[in-house]
Each structure stands twice: as structure tokens, then as C-alpha cells.
Design a protein. Structure first.
Length: 106
């Protein structure tokens, strides 16, 4: 299912022209709960970076509620605390985007 017009518009506004189509393709990989809200949340959280978008989508597959909390404006914390949390996670993602996952030992 294709992204909604509102999500397409958000991608166009968030990503460089060369990356907007790739971002929409990545969004198509998520078809879980709260699809529209998750799509828009991960686009906002990505800050226009495809690697971040991919990582936030991976997290949404495991725990969409967490992604929605970070991608929207939660009422249970201050705006400054929320912004700090998003920045902290994005900085971590930027440092570890290409780091392979640790073996599970299975």
C-alpha cells in the first residue's frame, strides 16, 4: 500500500530531492500497526537521513508505541526532555548506522 498524500508531502519536505523516492520505498516496508502515524513519525525522527529512517522503521516493527512516543509530542514529559531524548538516540544511530549486530550466540 502506497504512502498517503500527507506522508508523501512530509517526505518531500524532509528529504533532499534525490532521497525522497528512496524514503517512500523504505516506508512501504512497514505495514504494521498505526501505519500512517508510524510513517509520519519515522520521517520526522529521521531528520532527512535515510539511514536513520531505516533504523527507526526497524524499531517500529518491534515496538511501534516507542516510535510513536518519540515521533510525536508526548504529554508525559517536557518538550526539552523529549527533544533531548530524540537527539540522543539520533546521535547514537549516526555513530552506529553501519555497525553489524552482535551475534546472539545461538
Amino acid at each position: 500500500m502506497a504512502a498517503s498524500p500527507a506522508t508523501r508531502q512530509l517526505c518531500d519536505a524532509t528529504f533532499p530531492d534525490a532521497d525522497a523516492a528512496s524514503a517512500l520505498s523504505l516506508l512501504d516496508l512497514y505495514a504494521g500497526a498505526e501505519r500512517e502515524r508510524v510513517h509520519q513519525a519515522v520521517v520526522r525522527l529521521s531528520g532527512g537521513r535515510l539511514g536513520r529512517l531505516r533504523r527507526w522503521l526497524d524499531e517500529a516493527k518491534r515496538n511501534p508505541e516507542t516510535v510513536l512516543w518519540f515521533g510525536e509530542s508526548p504529554s508525559d514529559t517536557s518538550q526539552d526532555t523529549h527533544a533531548f531524548g530524540v537527539e540522543f538516540i539520533n546521535t547514537f544511530l549516526d555513530k552506529h548506522l553501519d555497525t553489524p549486530a552482535e551475534p546472539t550466540g545461538e
